[in-house]
Design a protein around this ligand. Structure first.
Ligand SMILES: Cc1cc2nc3c(=O)[nH]c(=O)nc-3n(C[C@H](O)[C@H](O)[C@H](O)COP(=O)(O)OP(=O)(O)OC[C@H]3O[C@@H](n4cnc5c(N)ncnc54)[C@H](O)[C@@H]3O)c2cc1C
Length: 580
């Protein structure tokens, strides 16, 4: 009977909600079904022999990290050719896009994590997991040095693992820009622990401000929540916090309603700079209505236990703002272990570890890297002009006809994707048009100078991939597919022509990122979504799409069910404000 009452309450709540909310719930359920259809790897899995299993002795594959890159790689690895060893300080995968929802109890922490042992169970490869962090990579002796997080003492904490092949998917750390006081006093939002701490700190402030001994001035300080960084995470957190405060906490702590203040500090000129202007404008207007104070051009220079000091970039004026909680969300930086590894392999001074387009770390054999810890250094077409010319000019005549390039155009497009982007941007029909433009006189042949002229600007279209889950997971899937079909592709290469080394093809197609759009949840059941081609949609329907897509992307059915039931719980009973 009680169960029936609860069901009745839930269904009444759903029935009484505005139409968009109902739509969200239906779409969410549909999202789960969507994943079941879309989760299959497009690649045929190969047997151990085909994948390069060396006379029965399996190669040792070490994977560092169980985030988006590492987990998607492990999920899609379908060859039994390797003994796989996974090292990560977290024995679970975290669905990071829902971390902001954990900070206010819209979703519970355990709903967005999945034990890595569950994910790799029943895979065709042997796998062992070590809950530890890698603190050194030795590429010469092919070893990784690790430290357990168990604190065993007596030197039992540390161990080394040999590898034949290494996959680095260790993500990145928060970038504090060495701002004094940030490490000590600010909250971050990178891990589940961070989200839980933030949730506790917010409730802590509400309880502290409710005490009779607290002065008015102090109440104002405690109830001032500051978010640093106007990127998608900072904006989403500010919006989530506003919803939590106005929809749940306002009625539970009525005397504190007028003390609440949320400020968003951004050093640049706009919030959400990676989005279309329509999204930025909408977010600004919405935040103004919600009384979230957005301060652009404000650079944080110091954080103390009670004040955050900002410098106005236009006037240079420094202001100390009293706060209760600060969330620092200003982007990412390289982990120290990766920085040390980069020095060893000749990449010192680079902003981020460079891989080639096949995700192999540059300057290092048998090491691959994906996700936030690395970046693809796209080969420049202009640098290869002489090699391209040498390939096309089969008779060594020193000059060729435009038509002679025809045989290689597909490979040029694949090896240097910036060429196609340049053609599209400049409305040129094809590569021949580019050559003819550089040639000037249609009677003339193409020599190395004309080819260099044609390629002189195409490299301006090389772009870096953003540090997102979309990129990391696509890379994980791609790399696993390469491992799965390694044997077949060594014998029958499928990649583009090698222009630098004459003859032959690369075994695999290079990695290509397919952007499927990005969301910016803005609170009040509204979101912005920007699809490729800068097609933008803002409002309740986009929030519905957000629920659908994120429910579908959760990595297991267990987490899908838990998250969707958390959403139902929140629609029915509101968010939980217990001070746990
Ligand atoms: C709050 C938040 C919201 C986000 N929302 C979105 C979104 O909506 N869409 C989107 O596309 N992206 C989003 N992102 C970005 C996305 O989470 C990252 O780009 C993605 O996690 C990168 O994947 P990764 O595998 O490189 O690193 P991570 O997912 O960070 O994984 C790194 C792994 O390495 C492990 N590790 C760390 N140190 C060591 C060590 N020393 N040794 C071994 N293992 C180690 C970690 O435990 C972790 O398992 C969000 C990020 C955050 C923080």
């Amino acid at each position: 009977m009680k169960g029936f009452q609860i069901f009745n309450r839930a269904s009444t709540a759903i029935t009484n909600r505005a139409t968009p909310s109902k739509l969200l719930i239906v779409l969410t359920a549909a999202g789960g079904a969507f994943l079941a259809i879309s989760d299959d790897s497009p690649f045929r899995s190969l047997t151990a022999g085909e994948s390069g299993n060396d006379g029965g002795k399996k190669k040792k594959l070490v994977v560092l990290g169980t985030g988006w890159g590492g987990t998607t790689f492990l999920k899609n690895l379908k060859t039994s050719a390797y003994d796989v060893h996974v090292v990560s300080p977290h024995n679970y995968f975290t669905f990071t896009p829902l971390l902001p929802s954990v900070t206010n109890g819209t979703v519970e922490a355990r709903s967005i994590v999945e034990p890595i042992r569950n994910i790799v169970r029943n895979k065709p490869y042997n796998v062992e997991f070590k809950e530890a962090e890698c603190y050194r990579i030795d590429p010469v002796n092919k070893k990784v040095y690790c430290r357990s997080i168990q604190n065993l003492g007596h030197g039992e904490n540390e161990f080394a693992l040999d590898y034949d092949v290494l996959v680095i998917a260790m993500g990145a750390r928060v970038n504090t820009f060495n701002t004094p006081g940030v490490e000590e006093h600010a909250h971050f939002l990178k891990e589940v622990d961070d989200a839980q701490k933030l949730r506790r700190s917010i409730i802590d402030c509400y309880e502290r401000a409710s005490l009779p001994t607290i002065s008015d001035e102090e109440k104002k300080r405690i109830m001032h929540f500051v978010v640093v960084g106007g990127g998608p995470t900072g904006v989403e957190y500010a919006a989530e916090l506003h919803d939590f405060a106005s929809q749940d906490l306002a009625s539970l702590y009525p005397s504190l309603k007028d003390y609440l203040k949320i400020t968003l500090l951004e050093a640049g000129n706009h919030i959400l700079p990676m989005f279309h202007k329509k999204v930025t404008d909408f977010a600004n207007e919405k935040f103004q209505k919600d009384q979230i104070d957005v301060k652009t051009g404000s650079m944080v220079v110091k954080v103390s236990d009670k004040d955050i000091s900002t410098k106005n970039r236009a006037t240079g004026q420094i202001e100390a703002i009293p706060y209760g909680v600060v969330l620092w969300s200003t982007g990412i930086a390289t982990r120290p272990v990766i920085a040390e590894f980069m020095e060893k392999i000749g990449q010192a001074g680079k902003r981020v570890m460079a891989t080639d387009e096949w995700l192999k770390v540059q300057g290092c054999d048998d090491v691959y890297a994906l996700g936030d810890c690395a970046s693809i250094a796209q080969r420049k077409a202009l640098e290869d002009a002489a090699a391209i010319m040498k390939t096309v000019d089969k008779n060594n005549a020193g000059a060729v006809d435009v038509g002679d390039f025809k045989e290689f155009v597909k490979d040029i497009y694949e090896r240097y994707p910036q060429v196609r982007k340049y053609l599209e941007k400049n409305k040129l029909k094809n590569f021949e048009s580019l050559l003819r433009n550089a040639q000037g006189d249609s009677q003339k042949k193409i020599d190395i100078e004309a080819l260099k002229k044609a390629l002189s600007e195409v490299d301006s279209q090389v772009s870096f991939l953003p540090p997102t889950a979309q990129v990391a997971s696509q890379q994980g899937k791609y790399l696993a597919a390469c491992f799965n079909k390694a044997g077949r592709c060594e014998m029958k290469p499928e990649g583009p022509f090698r222009f630098q080394e004459s003859g032959g093809r690369y075994p695999f197609h290079p990695f290509r990122y397919r952007h499927s759009g990005q969301f910016a949840p803005l609170g009040g059941e509204q979101a912005a979504v920007q699809f490729p081609g800068d097609w933008v949609s803002i409002g309740h329907a986009s929030q519905g799409l957000w629920y659908t897509v994120y429910a579908s992307k959760l990595v297991t059915w267990r987490t899908k069910v838990l998250v969707v039931s958390d959403w139902f719980r929140r629609f029915t009973f509101g968010r939980d404000s217990s001070h746990l």
